[in-house]
Structures are given as C-alpha cells and as structure tokens.
Design a protein around this ligand. Sequence first.
Ligand code: SME
Length: 158
Amino acid sequence: MAEELKISNGTKEERYMELLPQIKAVVEDEPDAVANMANVSAMLWETFGWWWTGFYRVVDGVLVLGPFQGPMACTRIRKGKGVCGTAWAENKTQVVPDVDQFPGHIACSSASRSEIVVPLHNAEGEVTGVLDIDSAELATFDETDRIWLEKIAELIVL
Ligand code: SME
C-alpha cells in the first residue's frame, strides 16, 4: 500500500474518484476498525480540507467520539439528538446546508456552518456508527458528497 495520498486538483467528483480506490486499498489491508477510521478521516480531510472530519461509534446505546481530524469535539451524542443522532435514529444520511436551520443541531464548534452525516452499518444493516463532516461554509455538501461518502462509509465495518 502507498503511504501517501495522491489526489490531483480536479473537481469534487474527480477527487472522490481518485480517493475511493486509495481508501479501499488502505482498509482492505487492515482489519482494525479504529486504524481504518483514523486513516479515512485523515484522507478525507487531506483531500478536501473540511473543518472537521471524523467518526462516532455506537457504544452501549450512545454515539461515542472516535478517530477524527479537526478541533476537539463533543464525546457523546444520544440517539435522535443533533444531526448525528438523527442520522442514527432514521438510518439515513443527513445533508444539512445550514446547521442553524436544523432543529437540535449540536454545536461542538461555533465555526461549523454546514454538515453531512452518513450512517455506518454492520452485516445485519444496523447502524454501528456515523461518519460526520462539518464545513465552516454554508451549503458545502450535496448529492455528490452523499453518494461518494456512502460508498466510503460501506468500507468501514464496525
Ligand atoms: N454537530 C453534530 C455534533 C458533532 S460535531 O459536529 C463534531 C450534531 O449536531 O450531531
């Protein structure tokens, strides 16, 4: 496996197209989920430079902070709370163009303006965690991000 990410300066979709096989190569060599979440958060952050990129895992019925890149964050989020807890409760990706318009948004960082949260699943299809990405700008995430980040989330088996 290459130890260095190689991404050209293309469109968002072109970057995802280059990134996905590199993520696959990293995670298929490594069975440890924490190591994989750590590298995937770093690879996403390095590619796109978002404000906060990381994971929460379902542990004893609550989302607990996992590996991430960015400023320190809230450690525990209950089911149905905030964008992360909603993605878990609804088992559905949440694309939030303006976090101030999302009822119950949890402001871990006042700089966060838009957000996308993608559920992670086990083999039974249950939610085992979430991939959470925050941007310091409004309306950063769209359908392109949802489609590609869902492909990336499938590669993390918790
Ligand atoms: N804003 C999230 C909480 C997690 S932080 O953004 C890292 C939410 O409302 O669920």
